[in-house]
Design a protein around this ligand. Sequence first.
Ligand code: F0G
Length: 352
Amino acid sequence: FKPWRGLIETYRPYLPVTDATPVITLLEGNTPLIPVPYISQQIGKGVKVLVKFDGLNPTGSFKDRGMTMAISKAKEEGAKAVICASTGNTSASAAAYARRAGMRAFVIIPDGYVAMGKLAQALVYGAEVIAIEGNFDDALKIVRGLSENYPVTLVNSINPYRLEGQKTAAFEVVDTLGNAPDWLCIPVGNAGNISAYWMGFCQYHQQGKCDRLPKMMGFQAAGAAPFILGQPVPHPETIATAIRIGNPANWDKALGVKEASQGEFNRVTDEEILEAYRLLAAQEGIFCEPASATSVAGLLKVKDQVPAEATVVCVLTGNGLKDPDAAINNCNNQVKAGITPDLSVVAKVMGF
Ligand code: F0G
């Protein structure tokens, strides 16, 4: 038995770190690749679907993979403070890793559009949280300007170390499957993660760790689908607040990934997202946040295109506990409340 030492130590030869890099880690990574038999059955044709549940990282999202790298490198470079714009998960992760490294963490969020759990995390980790009356795209513009003019390091996914860390998720998928999957389905917001996965698959392919590359299938929420419309969306709207983004920073990279992998971008409605979200929880026992269910919603939408016998990995980017309001308001289930504390009464309510 070898204890897990975090993704920088595990994948050190593949990452831009040296002996001089202080490794700031919460032992992120090593998340499970879980088979989902009910969803596989919905596709049929002998297709095998698995989910990479990155919501099981230390702060509950895939952002920790990028943040261990970004914060370690910021520390190495002597930074005293970091800053990010965020729909919630980046802010939670930046706050945790920055505080662990003894740095200040400034997070700029769209007021009223960050899920409760994420806001709670940023606050309790000790970030300095600034809510603007604007959306994520406005916040990103501001933090870019601030990081150019003040001594604060930007840790959004335009920081190249973020993608370096996030590419390790692709390594783990290949290490577990023994090869790359045929398809990789992934939610797309700012398009950092899809770019990072592709980097990871290509790097492993060059090293001979896999003999094929996946078709990269990127899915956006219909109300925030700039890649499908082919232009920025000025007022993005979706229940999946994590991907409520109209002007993705990694635009060119993502288009390159689509082309190089012969992949596709598609959009799913909020109702399709919620349907996949409920199905994952109630049929598979896997509770992710709404934005994450976009990958499964997308797969179900294009299921006719999946080749027979294919292996498909859907990325579940964040934990369902991040957004308890979305869960309670959308789960078609409710508490049977106001029951007399009496065994026979409770038995009757149970239907016995
Ligand atoms: N899923 C979740 C749960 C996210 O939080 C994000 C992005 C994405 C998917 C999309 O990933 O931007 O790399 O395409 N969240 C960012 C944030 C924007 O601020 O937490 P992407």
